[in-house]
Ligand binder design. Structure first.
Ligand code: NOJ
Ligand code: NOJ
Ligand code: CA
Length: 734
């Protein structure tokens, strides 16, 4: 049996027992998947039970601030060498409170009981040893000083490994939070000090090897250069284009991956180069060559289509290999369920996003997190919380639940934002309505692929009522939420793609005052009128049987290259005589089950391809096509500079375009050419670009004017041979 796809009850029950026995016997837990892979696969596949870490769409993600979750090891609370940062009274919100990796490990059964498939942990790297401004500790993890060490307050690498192994044994994947944009504050505490495995490297005010940018604090989040090359707040801004920094950060990433983490949350991606991927596309490459992983970036505070950064963020999500946290959906969820805006706001957001994102189902949704007020601070109504949660758990995208939401945790001091949204978890009750709601909808996500892979369709909407449908082939989930606390609505004229028949509320009346709302659907999809009472929520679903023709719901990671592992998930894959094609090239499968296939990316030119699973034989029937991005090889960060650019008018931008997919294949639109470049020293423009190692690329610079018209550089193409490792730099004259 391949374990790849079986993150099922079976895995959850049998595997922990097997693992325990194996651990007790002192033999490495070599679980069965190893023999389905060629020996050249990375070591992690042969030594650990492997979960499907390319496809998180089937999972509910649980977000944990490690210091604030559970104290599993009081011995590390006030570690030697790091004294005075701990507050045993838990009243100083900016000191450590004792939570740690061991504590999270102890509470895994509680989290697994909620049906959670992945945990996003706060950054576990060693943070500043001194109090910042004399008051604040790096309890949150975003003030790194040594990316190769575990913070002594949180535990050791052994504790980290135990967390990962135990989580995997529970069928839970681990997502690390990786803050590669910066070390720690440049003006206080340790002044940016950065270490590698205990060895000092640099400090902000004495930085002969240029680890940091020295441009002061960022003042304009809408300005690309200002965001990427200045300090975010006062956080010492790492110079990713410097080969020493590039290898430091990628080495740290590789270290964590070698400790078997499954996914990565990248902090502050809008503050690192650049919108089309840039350095982050090369980091993504470092991740995927170590096996399939899910990666999601944080574009903090992105409000939606009217945000000046929205186009960049969408492009990043569609092209860099990383998803982004769906902040636009967060703002809409927050407006609708915490601030009583019309439901129409949420519907138009998802409709717009479904149009803009290549893979909307890969972008995570959340109701709140450690950077914003908890939902109950904004609207202290459990009904409203349950309604918002039900939508978060069923809308297109991967749901994230912030720890404590299921226990109704909140502290409203000063509006309940940072740090008051980072309370100590104080209850682990598995019977709260929110806990049960998450558990039920997590189970539905595992069994009915409409939630993970389906389309989005609004079905019946007024200011209070949100009825929408998710559909993946014949699998359908219909969700109805009435947020009015005073008015019930008669729902007439509702249409659905559920098959004809009677359907009971999948939540068994959990959010309908105990009434299980029955739905009667006739042959043409018309639903008999029914009443959706005040604050009622109901979910009806139909799970189709295994189809004869394959259906693809996921291909991941989003961006790979020849030799990488690519995972195709869906339904009806069967087990014999089918083949996977990428474009027109057949890919060799390394494991094959009814719902999941792994292949090795063949040697094909970089491009966006359609992946299909086809029945064998000439002219055989194929599944739906599913898009995936393929690069031309290992990605190297190269800074492209062009001098003496002719004068530009406001709104004009310089882009680079060239003969490989990484350079846009000679395209000249603002969403396909590479850029915009930046001009802090006009008429010199520059941009950090991700290009294929060892290859000689040809390219030109173009000015794309505000109206879209294009001015080409005259003369012959520029050529540049990309280094085979490290970083590069190419300087041209227009
Ligand atoms: C976003 C994180 O979520 C936030 O908590 C952090 O302080 C900043 N990035 C800087 O690392
Ligand atoms: C320190 C932390 O609370 C962090 O999460 C936050 O984003 C920054 N301060 C900036 O306010
Ligand atoms: Ca930066």
């Amino acid at each position: 049996m391949s374990l790849h796809q079986t993150r099922s009850s079976l895995l959850r029950i049998v595997l922990p027992i097997v693992l325990l026995l194996v651990m007790m016997s002192g033999i490495a837990p070599g679980v069965t998947r190893a023999n389905t892979f060629p020996t050249s696969m990375p070591a992690r596949y042969s030594s650990m039970p492997t979960l499907n870490d390319a496809d998180f769409k089937l999972d509910v993600i649980y977000q944990v601030v490690l210091d604030r979750f559970f104290d599993g090891d009081p011995a590390n609370n006030d570690p030697p060498g790091d004294k005075g940062l701990y507050d045993p009274t838990k009243t100083n919100w900016k000191k450590y409170w004792g939570g740690d990796l061991a504590g999270l490990t102890q509470k895994l059964p509680y989290i697994a009981g909620m049906g959670v498939g992945a945990i996003w942990i706060s950054p576990a790297v060693e943070n500043v040893h001194k109090l910042v401004n004399g008051t604040d500790a790096g309890y949150h993890g975003y003030w790194g000083r040594d990316f190769y060490h575990i913070d002594p307050h949180l535990g050791t690498w052994a504790d980290f490994d135990k967390l990962v192994a135990t989580a995997h044994a529970h069928g839970i994947k681990i997502i690390i939070d990786f803050a590669a944009n910066h070390s720690n504050p440049n003006d206080t505490g340790e002044f940016g000090n950065i270490y590698k495995d205990g060895v000092y490297q640099s400090t902000y005010n004495n930085d002969p090897n240029h680890w940091f940018h020295h441009n002061g604090s960022s003042t304009n989040p809408n300005d690309q250069y200002n965001s990427e090359y200045y300090n975010l707040f006062d956080l010492s801004d790492l110079a990713q284009e410097n080969p020493i920094v590039d290898s430091y950060l990628k080495g740290a990433m590789q270290l964590f991956l070698s400790h078997n983490v499954d996914g990565v949350r990248l902090d502050a991606v809008g503050n690192m180069p650049g919108p089309t991927g840039g350095w982050l596309r090369t980091l993504n490459d470092t991740i995927t060559v170590q096996g399939s992983h899910y990666a999601v970036g944080e574009w903090g505070g992105l409000t939606g289509p009217s945000d000046p950064r929205y186009g960049f963020a969408v492009r990043f999500a569609n092209q860099s290999g990383n998803a982004i946290l769906n902040y636009p959906a967060y703002f809409a969820l927050d407006d609708v369920y915490a601030r009583d805006h019309s439901v129409k706001e949420l519907d138009s957001m998802f409709s717009q996003e479904e149009h803009d994102f290549t893979w909307l189902n890969d972008q995570p949704n959340f109701l709140d997190n450690h950077d914003v007020s908890r939902f109950l601070t904004l609207n202290n109504s459990k009904d409203a919380l349950h309604e918002g949660l039900a939508v978060t758990l069923t809308a297109p995208g991967i749901p994230i639940v912030y720890y404590g939401t299921e226990q109704y945790l909140h502290n409203d001091t000063n509006g309940g934002g940072d740090p008051y949204n980072r309370l100590m978890m104080n209850s682990f009750d598995t019977t709260t309505t929110a806990y049960v709601l998450i558990k039920r909808l997590a189970a539905l996500r595992q069994t009915n692929p409409a939630l993970a892979y389906g389309t989005y369709q609004p079905r019946w909407i007024n200011d209070d009522v949100y009825i929408f449908e998710r559909q993946f082939y014949n699998n359908v989930v219909l969700i109805a939420v009435n947020k009015s606390a005073t008015t019930g609505y008669n729902i007439g004229g509702l249409k659905t793609n559920l098959p004809a028949g009677n359907f009971n509320d999948y939540l068994h009346g959990l959010l309908s005052g105990g009434t299980s709302i029955a739905l009667n659907v006739s042959k043409n999809g018309a639903v008999d009128p029914f009443t959706l009472g005040k604050n009622q929520v109901a979910v009806w679903q139909y799970t189709a049987s295994e189809p004869a023709i394959p259906e693809i719901g996921s291909v991941g990671p989003e961006l790979t290259h020849s030799g990488d592992q690519l995972v195709i998930d869906g339904r009806g894959f069967g087990s014999t005589s089918k083949k996977v094609v990428i474009g027109t090239t057949e890919a060799t499968a390394t494991s094959w089950t009814q719902h999941s296939i792994s292949v090795i990316v063949p040697k094909i030119a970089g491009a966006q391809y359609d992946v299909k699973v086809c029945l064998g034989g000439a002219g055989g029937t194929c599944s739906n096509p599913y898009k995936t991005n393929i690069d031309n090889g290992t990605q190297i960060p190269v800074t492209f500079t062009v001098n003496k650019v002719p004068p530009t008018a406001p709104g004009d931008n310089v882009f680079v375009t060239g003969d490989v997919s990484e350079l846009g294949n000679w395209s000249t639109t603002t969403t396909t050419a590479i850029g915009p470049m930046m001009d802090p020293h006009n008429p010199t423009w520059f941009l950090l670009v991700s290009v294929p190692a060892c290859k000689t690329v040809s390219f030109k610079f173009v000015i794309i004017q505000a109206d879209g018209s294009v001015k080409w550089e005259s003369g012959s193409n520029h050529n540049y041979t990309v280094p085979c490792s490290g970083v590069g730099s190419s300087v041209s004259v227009w």
